[in-house]
Design a protein around this ligand. Structure first.
Ligand code: NI
Length: 138
């Protein structure tokens, strides 16, 4: 964290109570940390809307490995984007299902495109992309 600045915020009492309840449910022990996380979250969201922003995404996929050629198809797609796919975790969930978590780094538009193509592949039962930025904000 860089240099700290202290700010005063005027806020409606009811709204503040709701905020305190919310952050207590989420396990925050002080408001400052909750405010900082909210601000960082908004900055990540903002970056995500700009196609050229550098982002890191994690893609979670669940698929049935018995679906013919699906495993190969997903692996081929990852090799096509080897310069963006940083890491892959494969878990054999049960007899039929595999879980894969991929870490993809690149411009927002590239990460979204790769994630969409993986998630929309026929046979993938569930897929989600979560995005963050490479830590340029303290
Ligand atoms: Ni598996």
């Amino acid at each position: 964290m860089g240099e700290l600045s202290r700010i005063g915020v005027a806020i409606d009492t009811d709204l503040l109570e709701q905020f305190d309840e919310l952050i207590a449910r989420r396990g925050y022990t002080n408001r400052s940390e909750a405010f900082r996380d909210l601000i960082r979250g908004e900055l990540v969201e903002e970056a995500w809307t700009k196609p050229d922003s550098p982002v890191v995404g994690t893609v979670t996929l669940v698929y049935d490995h018995h679906v013919r050629l699906l495993n190969e198809r997903l692996t081929d797609m990852q090799h096509e984007h080897y310069d963006h796919v940083l890491s892959t975790l494969h878990v054999h969930l049960d007899h039929n299902n595999c879980l894969e978590v991929l870490v993809i780094k690149g411009k927002a538009s590239e990460v979204r495109k790769i994630a969409d193509s993986l998630i929309s592949t026929k046979g993938v039962k569930h897929g989600r992309l979560t995005v963050t930025t490479p830590g340029t904000h303290s």
